[in-house]
Ligand binder design. Structure first.
Ligand SMILES: [Zn+2]
Length: 214
C-alpha cells in the first residue's frame, strides 16, 4: 500500500496543529512541523538563531533554502512506507512546487492537501488568547482557562509565543492571503485539496476531515 502524505493548511490559529495531531495518531503518520523546527533553530544563541528569531517573530517568511533544509533533514530519516503529515507548510508557491518535486523523488505520490477554513476574526481572537507551555509545548487558551498560570500536564511555565502578538498576528493574516492561498489554489488545480470548515469543536472538525479524506 502507498503511504498517505498530508499537507495541512489553514490560517494561524485555525486549530490545524490539533487536527494534524489527531490525523497523525489515526493513520500513524510522521509529523513534520516546520514552524516547530524553526522555533528550535531560533533558540540558538548565535547570529543565525537571532536572525531566525527576528524573522519569525515578525511573522515573516524565512528563506526557501532554510525551509527546504528543515524538510529534507527530516524527510530522509523517514522510511518510505511511513506516511507523513506537514502542518503549515508550504508557505509559498515556490516551496509548494519544490515540495511536490521532493515527494515525487521520494516516491510519495499519494498526496492530499487538507485546508481548514476559518475567518480572520475568529482566529485573531484565538491567537491573542493562546499560551504555550515552555516545557512540553502544549497549547492552552485563556478563553477556556483564564486563570491558568502553569501547564496542567507538566507544571511548566506558560508563555506567549513570540509570534502571537497583535502586530505579528496581523502580518500572519496578510501572509495567508498573499502566500498560502496561492499554494491552496495551486493544489486545487491538481484536484487534491480537501476543504473543511474549521469552526466547531475539535471532535466535530476531526470527523469532518475523516469523512472527506477517506
Ligand atoms: Zn507542559
Amino acid at each position: 500500500m502507498k503511504s498517505l502524505n498530508i499537507i495541512f493548511l489553514g490560517r494561524s490559529g485555525s486549530g490545524k496543529g490539533t487536527q494534524a495531531e489527531l490525523l497523525m495518531k489515526k493513520f500513524v503518520l510522521v509529523n513534520i512541523d516546520t514552524g516547530d523546527i524553526l522555533r528550535k533553530l531560533a533558540r540558538r544563541k548565535d547570529k543565525f538563531g537571532r536572525t531566525v528569531l527576528k524573522t519569525i517573530s515578525h511573522g515573516k517568511l524565512v528563506p526557501i533554502w532554510l525551509v527546504i533544509y528543515c524538510w529534507f533533514n527530516q524527510l530522509l530519516k523517514i522510511p518510505s512506507k511511513k506516511g507523513i503529515i506537514m502542518e503549515g507548510s508550504p508557505r509559498q508557491l515556490e516551496e509548494a512546487k519544490i515540495l511536490e518535486e521532493i515527494f515525487s523523488w521520494l516516491g510519495r505520490e499519494n498526496l492530499k492537501v487538507v485546508y481548514l477554513r476559518t475567518s480572520t476574526k475568529e482566529v485573531t481572537q484565538r491567537l491573542l488568547l493562546r499560551r504555550i507551555c515552555s516545557k512540553c509545548g502544549r497549547g492552552f487558551s485563556l478563553n477556556f482557562t483564564p486563570n491558568l498560570k502553569e501547564c496542567s500536564y507538566c507544571k511548566g511555565k506558560l508563555i506567549r509565543r513570540s509570534d502571537d502578538y497583535p502586530r505579528a498576528i496581523k502580518n500572519r493574516m496578510l501572509f495567508f492571503q498573499k502566500k498560502i492561498l496561492p499554494v491552496i489554489n495551486y493544489f486545487r488545480k491538481k484536484k487534491i485539496v480537501i476543504e473543511v470548515n474549521g469552526e466547531g469543536s475539535v471532535e466535530e472538525i476531526h470527523k469532518r476531515i475523516l469523512k472527506k479524506l477517506l
